[in-house]
Design a protein around this ligand. Structure first.
Ligand SMILES: [Ca+2]
Ligand SMILES: [Ca+2]
Length: 204
């Protein structure tokens, strides 16, 4: 083999060596990985256990000074974290269903007809009284008129910081006020109001 040929071979050998070098770099060297035991995060639970069925008032009728509703409920924070409980009684105007004497004389004025709205809403007096044994700060709705916007009225009481697995007893009382003015209360005769009770437990 002459020197010229050997030189070509040497150059070829060098090229092979470089390729092999790259190949060596893909093999793992000593390695060691440590991995912790797994840990699982689980969200807490906030759950209100309730039975809010209001008494059936469909057959009831009331006069000024009488009680419409006096009912007790137990609301349980069935979760595992404290929450703020809000109890709201809502009254929706359900119309002035009947308009005859002597209501029309009070309400109708010159036209001697009744407004289609339910004046009974303005006559409702509500008390919502929570009682707690172990946890929570109570704000009751003392016997008072409801807060009304148009034909929707509300009254709200709260229990702040009701602990998980703790319960609040709630009394809901609704009555019809008596203005004491002879004949004036005729304005609500035959009028209707639709009551709905709701309770919300919210994370603090
Ligand atoms: Ca009326
Ligand atoms: Ca009426």
């Amino acid at each position: 083999m002459n020197r010229k040929r050997m030189g070509i071979l040497a150059a070829g050998g060098a090229a092979v060596a470089i390729t092999a070098g790259i190949g060596v770099g893909t093999f793992a060297k000593f390695t060691h990985t440590e991995t912790s035991d797994s840990t699982t995060a689980t969200a807490k639970k906030l759950y209100l256990n309730e039975n809010l069925a209001l008494a059936d008032l469909s057959a009831a009728s009331v006069a000024p000074g009488e009680t419409i509703l006096n009912q007790n409920f137990t609301l349980t924070n069935a979760g595992d974290m404290a929450g703020d409980l809000m109890i709201t009684l809502k009254a929706d105007g359900d119309g002035d269903g009947v308009c005859t004497e002597p209501e029309d004389a009070v309400e109708g004025g010159a036209t001697d007809t009744c407004d289609s709205a339910s004046e009974l809403l303005g006559y409702l007096k509500v008390a919502i009284t929570p009682t707690v044994a172990d946890s929570g700060a109570v704000t009751a709705y003392s016997l008072d008129a409801m807060s009304c916007t148009g034909e929707t009225c509300t009254a709200t009481a709260t229990v702040t910081g009701l602990a998980g697995q703790d319960a609040a007893d709630i009394n809901v009382h609704v009555e019809v006020k008596d203005t004491g003015t002879t004949g004036a209360d005729n304005v609500i005769q035959g009028d209707a109001a639709k009551l709905t009770l709701s309770a919300t437990l919210a994370q603090q």
